[in-house]
Design a protein around this ligand. Structure first.
Ligand code: HEC
Length: 131
């Protein structure tokens, strides 16, 4: 009798376990997925606002998209990410991004000093942009 009464419990545990391993895959935009381990949330926030518009997989800015695609960046292997980060660091040091021409029409697109510092630190590998 004792064994039988354990059956429903065992069944329940089984169901819960099955649900736990069968987590539905939520489709989120990689850049918006704050749980993604690779980019600190602060860095993402700046990128989203100031860089992503030209540098994403669907961007109409063909040149920008070709040079840097943040969607692809997130999925890259570490070595490639590091290479891209060093390029990012370089253009930021030079003050080349966002492009000057673009800023002439959209001055609010400029990076603030704080935003620039966040991106510089991160792309230099200091990872200070974390939570
Ligand atoms: C208005 C569109 C626009 C915005 C906003 C923008 N970029 Fe760019 N980016 C471009 C274009 C266009 C190129 C290609 C320039 C070229 O080939 O001369 C480019 C090139 C680059 C490159 C590659 C440079 C190289 O020589 O390989 C990096 C890195 C880069 N951008 C980073 C950034 C970062 C970081 C931001 C945000 C702070 C940003 N971009 C914002 C349009 C943009």
């Amino acid at each position: 009798m004792k064994k039988l009464s354990l059956l429903p419990v065992a069944a329940l545990v089984g169901v819960l376990f099955f649900q736990a391993i069968q987590k539905p895959e939520v489709e989120t935009h990689p850049i918006l997925d704050l749980d993604a381990p690779k980019m600190p949330a602060k860095v993402k926030a700046v990128v989203e606002q100031k860089c992503y518009g030209c540098h994403n997989a669907e961007s109409k800015n063909e040149k920008g998209k070709k040079k840097l695609d943040w969607d692809a960046f997130e999925a890259e292997k570490k070595a490639k990410q590091l290479a891209a980060m060093s390029k990012i660091n370089e253009v930021l040091e030079e003050g080349e991004m966002p492009p000057k021409k673009f800023l002439e029409n959209k001055p609010e697109g400029k990076l603030s000093e704080e935003e620039l510092a966040i991106l510089l630190d991160w792309s230099a590998g200091k990872k200070k942009g974390g939570e």
